[in-house]
Structures are given as structure tokens and as C-alpha cells.
Design a binder for this molecule. Structure first.
Ligand code: FE2
Length: 289
């Protein structure tokens, strides 16, 4: 007997399982989009002075270690990460500091009321269950800026390599907060690539070693990206991403920023190994109702 769907249509669910992704236009109202963009402006204003002290260009081993810790312990914080091209050779910001932030991670969904509302709203839980997650746990969130002029590329990857459960279960929610085009660095997806399998993991090193590593260190299969399609979606649209879908985005060389908000959800039915890079130290992951 077919499972009763809660939010998705049978066609939408079928598309997701066949292609590895799904676009839902107009998921958020223009008011919601505006509210979140305004909220992030306020967060930037409140946190920027303290956070701008954290260097992004590291040369010594000790600095690399601090950088790793800043990233590795961000699972239950609201932290800033800078664009690679944020500073010039003299370490000066190349544009206003607030226009040099690459992303804010990784716990807006738990620590900020507005982002909590949209991350734990009922429709999100319904979609998770429609796509087979029994106990959807929100493990991380990111506000991605893809800044005008300096917004960097995100290389082709599979989300399940970064957030790993046994068996794989991570589901990506990615909301556009600006209209996304090829020019401003929209997402690109390789349809059906979720069937290629996953051959490596990004994980914490085994103590007493510190930091992270890829296992195996080298990519073992060469991905054919020739069939990739640009996901040019309007602000407020939602893109759902299968754990094994190969996806990426190009740099933003345009005059317009391309903001997005994303969360990643895993199934609490499955084992979440402690060597996942993302760790929450202030309690268990929360269930999406
Ligand atoms: Fe991703």
C-alpha cells in the first residue's frame, strides 16, 4: 500500500527519488524572505566587531589549530566564516566587513527565534517524513552569503560525506533568499548522481590527533559534471537535496549577493558516529515536529 504523503505530491516525491533533488518554488512568502534577511543584518551588526578579530589567513601551526577549533566547535554556536578573498595582501578587508562574510554557522536554527521558526515549522517536518525520515533531527544550519564580487565557489560534493549516519540519511533543505541566477552563483545539481554512491568521508581525526581528514584522502572516482543543471530559482524557493547528490556552485562575480539559508536533517533512527565533524556540546539534536 502506498504511504500517505503529508506535504509533497506523489509526483514531487517521485522526482526527488529519481533525480536526487527537488525545487519547490515560492515555499516562503516575500515577507518571510525579507524578515530573515533583515534579521541577519542585525546579527551581523551585533557580532561583527568581536568576530572580525578572528583571522582567516593563517600561517603558523598554532593558528591553524585555532582555526580548526573555531570551526569544529561551531556546532552549537553562531559563528562567522569569511570569504577566502575577504582580505587583501595587507590583511585589509576588500569591501565593507559585513560584505565579506562567507557564511554564519552552524546553529542559527536553535539559537535565533526567527530561524528557529522556519527551521522547525510543520511543513519541514512533513517533507522529512514524506521522504522517509522517521525522526527528523536538525543537526546544523548555515546562512550563506555568496557575496557580490568575491563570493567563492563551492566545489562539487555530496552532503552525506560531511554529515554521516549509518545508513545514510541526511536531507538538505536550501532556501533562496535572493533570486538565484548563473551570474550570481546559483546551485548546480547533477541529476541522478545520487545513484553513484559515496566513496569517502570528511571526519574528525581519531584522538589524540586533532583536526579533520578525508578518508580516503583522495577522491577515488572522477565525477562527470557535464550533465549538471543550474537551479535558477526565485527568492523564497526551496531546494531539497538528497544525501548523495553531487552539487556545487560557481563564484559570484556579479554585483548582486546571493543569500541562502540551509539546514541539514538526519534520521534519529540511525547511528550518528562521534567522528562526524559536527558535534553539538550543549545537548541532543532537536526533532522537527
Ligand atoms: Fe551541499
Amino acid at each position: 500500500m502506498a504511504t500517505e504523503l503529508r506535504f509533497l505530491t506523489p509526483e514531487q516525491r517521485e522526482f526527488f527519488h529519481r533525480e536526487g533533488y527537488l525545487v519547490i518554488e515560492g515555499f516562503w512568502s516575500p515577507e518571510t524572505v525579507l524578515k530573515l534577511r533583515d534579521k541577519i543584518k542585525k546579527i551581523l551588526k551585533d557580532l561583527a566587531p568581536a568576530e572580525s578579530a578572528v583571522e582567516t589567513i593563517f600561517t603558523t601551526k598554532e593558528q591553524i589549530r585555532q582555526s580548526d577549533n573555531y570551526f569544529l566547535e561551531s556546532g552549537d554556536c553562531i559563528r562567522f566564516f569569511w570569504e577566502e578573498k575577504a582580505r587583501d595582501d595587507n590583511k585589509k578587508f576588500v569591501q565593507a566587513p559585513e560584505d565579506c562574510v562567507n557564511k554564519i554557522g552552524h546553529s542559527l536554527h536553535d539559537l535565533d527565534a526567527d530561524f528557529r521558526d522556519v527551521s522547525y515549522e510543520k511543513r519541514v517536518g512533513m517533507i522529512c517524513r514524506d521522504l522517509g525520515l522517521s525522526i527528523p533531527l536538525a543537526v546544523q544550519s548555515m546562512y550563506i552569503f555568496k557575496q557580490a564580487h568575491i563570493g567563492g565557489a563551492v566545489d562539487a560534493h555530496q552532503d552525506g560525506a560531511f554529515l554521516y549516519t549509518e545508513p545514510q540519511s541526511v536531507l538538505g533543505f536550501w532556501w533562496a533568499l535572493n533570486d538565484c541566477t548563473v551570474d550570481n552563483g546559483c546551485l548546480w545539481a547533477v541529476p541522478k548522481s545520487h545513484e553513484w554512491g559515496m566513496h569517502r568521508r570528511f571526519k574528525r581525526k581519531t584522538p589524540p590527533d586533532e583536526g579533520t581528514e578525508w578518508l580516503p584522502a583522495e577522491q577515488t572516482i572522477a565525477w562527470d559534471l557535464s550533465g549538471a543543471v543550474p537551479l535558477e530559482v526565485s527568492a523564497g524557493s526551496l531546494v531539497l537535496i538528497h544525501h548523495s547528490l553531487v552539487h556545487y556552485s560557481a563564484p559570484n562575480n556579479s554585483d548582486n549577493a546571493r543569500h541562502a539559508y540551509s539546514i541539514h536533517v538526519v534520521d534519529g533512527m540511525y547511528h550518528y558516529p562521534a567522528d562526524n565533524w559536527l558535534r553539538k556540546n550543549n545537548g541532543p539534536f532537536n526533532t522537527i515536529p
